[in-house]
Design a protein around this ligand. Structure first.
Ligand code: ADP
Ligand code: MG
Length: 695
């Protein structure tokens, strides 16, 4: 794709080229995230004011907006500090215009007694007298058309006024040209949507409240443009991932059967379905790009192993990458016995591997002696060569955006790609965030799980909590103690954990308490985890490093300090660390008073349910989409018109529309494809497109 099409240049000119905006005001517009005329045009009115002409203010329910023609009567200048009043009469009644802080003879000039004026503003009764304080509009009758019958109200920021923004919008609107239509014409007709510049005109000139609703044709079209551009970006990512493909991996199922036979349980229906979907994808010549989404404890690891075995059965290799060395070690430990029972060679590779040991592993990988590699991002370093890599699994990367995924696939060469996430994602967000992938969902938990009892408890009752812990440890139970989250500072977080560690050791005895946090050297972290896993320590003081994946079935108590400052999803993940074994489990959410209304609501959701999807939906409802997924990281753009929460259906249409177009025209050369390129430039998706380097 070459540069931005010239036809769009006026929409990307400096803001000061618009009426009513000088170099100084232009800067203020950044408060509205408006940097170009295009941004301004996509900043739609939030509301509207009814300024329909009336014969008299008597026709309006007071207090209320009124626009009437009046004869100017007597001026009553203030004696001292009071307001300046001007008596006026409309067709039926007399009322007052009221002004504060009037300087000079300004009012005498604009409101000469005996003249006719149209005034518009809010009328209120004060001691039985109707008053309009500081009218929004005062014009001679011949200029009435300067007052729109329904006046749009824009969002404002410091230094930007309604009049200024309205003027700027009016001068920007003629810059929106008719462009080739990028929306499917059938859809456009069915929805009755206007063409792009007409939609802008309508959206900025509402005739009543109905035009401000999300379902108004003009607004819906502009929202759809944004969703479509985003889904096109995801679709292009998908195309470029699949383009690099080639290998179809089909196995005879022998290794998988051996492993399944060795298990003490049977896979759930959801696991079987996901395994089938994955094996199906891997058997096709296109490259798989699939998300495996499953709540904590839903059994993603087994599904992942089955996928890796498909790669091995097909004569190739598989790799699994975890976000931390703790997790990588744990995956390795749980996969190893199963893999080896089937005669499969599995190794791990982390940053801790150095020198000759690392060299030997790399050599074994390169000649195919290692079938499955588990590790941290170390597995994707430049010099790590596979003999025949068929499948790359990325675990728990819910913080990854589409760009990171594309980058990762490039490293994985032509391998199929499976991303696993333990964060249940409401459909509306999964479409926006993972629209480039296919999705398998584990929506069923293995049988026999005991519910976790969740209680809220004030920090003031710390002594009771410690006593409870002492009793539990005496009964042979194990507990996690999670220390407060410190935004942006792992060092402070570590300090808090060290202090809690010392305090708990003093209470519960030297040997029984372990400590793990992100600042510890790798070897110490591993030792702390191993001690806890083996039951040598009974209480593990930790930061959120244990958030994902850690699996110690004997641990049945989770204490979380200052739970009110954690996100819902994070608390859900943390709680998911217990309730994995036979014993009944407890989660204590400790909070500091006073608890805000929002925090109370969040913690109550957690007490009421363990269903990750419900928690995610609640989280979305409480926080809104923008907040839920750090948008910058997730790769979801800030939509100006579209609304993720209420326009899920539209997002789904955009996804299938984008995929259908790319199916027919993967390099966007057809007339509609060309129009689509213009849309991508218009909505500034070009960075994403360049990144995935299409056509
Ligand atoms: P996730 O990674 O999805 O949080 P895991 O894969 O770690 O979950 O599985 C959690 C626990 O459930 C593990 O101990 C695993 O052995 C066990 N498990 C997995 N699938 C089943 C099943 N179908 N029936 C019983 N237990 C299972
Ligand atoms: Mg897991």
């Amino acid at each position: 794709m070459r540069g931005r099409p010239e036809i769009l240049f006026p929409l990307f000119a400096g803001l000061e080229t618009l009426d009513g905006i000088g170099p100084k005001t232009a800067k203020h517009y950044s408060g509205l995230h408006v940097d170009t005329p295009k941004d301004l045009l996509l900043t739609l009115p939030l509301g509207g004011v009814d300024r329909a002409r009336r014969a008299s203010i008597r026709e309006v329910d007071l207090p209320g907006m009124a626009t009437v023609e009046v004869t100017i009567g007597r001026h009553r200048k203030p004696a001292g500090r009071g307001p300046y009043r001007v008596e006026v009469s409309d067709a039926e009644t007399v009322f007052q215009l009221v002004f504060f802080h009037v300087k000079g003879d300004y009012l005498e000039r604009i409101l000469p007694s005996g003249s006719r004026r149209v005034v518009s503003g809010r009328v209120e009764l004060f001691d039985g007298v109707a008053q309009m304080a500081h009218p929004d509009h005062i014009v001679p009758p011949e200029d009435t058309d300067q007052i729109p019958p329904y006046e749009p109200v824009y969002p404002l920021t410091a230094g930007v006024t309604q009049k200024g923004i309205a003027k700027a919008v009016a001068s920007a609107l003629p810059r929106a040209p008719y462009l080739g239509e990028w929306i499917d014409l059938e859809l456009l007709k069915r929805k009755g949507w206007p063409a792009w510049p007409d939609a802008l005109q309508e959206a900025h000139n509402p005739t009543g409240p109905q035009d401000l609703s999300r379902s108004a044709g003009a607004r819906e079209r502009l929202a759809y443009d944004e969703l479509l551009a985003h889904q096109m970006t995801l679709g292009l990512a998908r195309v470029s991932m699949r383009k690099a493909s080639g290998v179809a991996s089909t196995g005879d199922g022998a290794l998988r059967q051996t492993v399944l036979d060795s298990l003490p349980f049977r896979p759930t229906a959801a696991q079987l379905r996901a395994m089938e979907e994955i094996a199906g994808d891997m058997g096709k010549p296109e490259r798989m790009s699939r998300l495996l989404q499953g709540d904590v404890g839903s059994g993603k690891t087994l599904v992942a192993l089955m996928a890796l075995l498909v790669a091995v059965e097909a004569g190739g290799q598989g790799v699994m990458m975890a976000p931390t060395s703790i997790l990588a070690a744990q995956h390795y430990a749980s996969l190893k016995p199963l893999a080896e029972a089937a005669g499969v060679v599995i190794e791990n590779l982390t940053g801790a591997d150095k020198g000759a040991g690392r060299k030997a592993k790399l050599a074994a990988l390169a000649c195919g002696d290692i079938h499955i590699l588990v590790g941290t991002h170390a597995v994707f370093q430049e010099d790590v060569e596979f003999a025949d890599l068929r499948l790359a699994i990325v675990d728990e990367q819910h913080r990854f955006g589409v760009r990171e995924r594309v980058r990762l696939t490039k490293k994985g060469r032509a391998a199929d790609m499976l991303v696993m996430t333990a964060t249940p994602i409401p459909r509306t967000l999964s479409l926006a965030q993972y629209g480039d992938m296919d999705i398998s969902v584990l929506d069923e938990k293995p049988p026999g799980r005991r519910p976790v009892k969740t209680a809220l408890i004030s920090t003031a009752r710390m002594a009771e909590v410690v006593q409870h812990l002492r009793d539990a440890v005496a009964e042979g139970r194990q507990a996690y103690w999670v220390c407060p989250l410190v935004e942006e500072s792992e060092v402070f977080e570590a300090t808090a954990a060290e202090e809690r560690f010392k305090a708990l050791r003093a209470e519960l005895g030297e040997g029984g308490v372990g400590l793990v946090h992100g600042q510890l050297p790798m070897a110490e972290k591993d030792r702390a985890m191993a001690d806890f896993q083996a039951g040598r320590t009974r209480v593990l003081v930790a930061t959120t490093v244990i958030e994902v994946g850690v699996d110690v079935p004997n641990a049945s108590i989770m204490v979380i300090e200052q739970a009110e400052i954690f996100g819902l999803a994070q608390l859900h993940q943390l709680r998911g660390r217990v309730g994995r074994g036979a014993a009944a489990s407890t989660c204590l959410l400790m909070y500091r008073n006073p608890l805000s209304e929002g925090a109370r609501r969040r913690l109550s959701v957690l007490r009421e349910t363990e269903d990750g999807f419900r928690i995610a939906e609640e989280d979305l409802a409480i926080r809104g989409a923008g907040d839920l997924i750090g948008t910058a990281q997730s790769g979801i753009p800030r939509f100006r018109v579209a609304d993720l929460e209420s326009q899920t259906a539209l997002m789904a249409v955009a996804q299938s529309d984008a995929r259908a177009l790319l199916e027919r025209d993967p390099v966007l050369e057809s007339p509609r494809g060309q129009a689509m390129r213009v849309l991508l430039w218009l909505l500034e998706q070009e960075k994403a497109i360049r990144l995935i380097s299409v056509g």
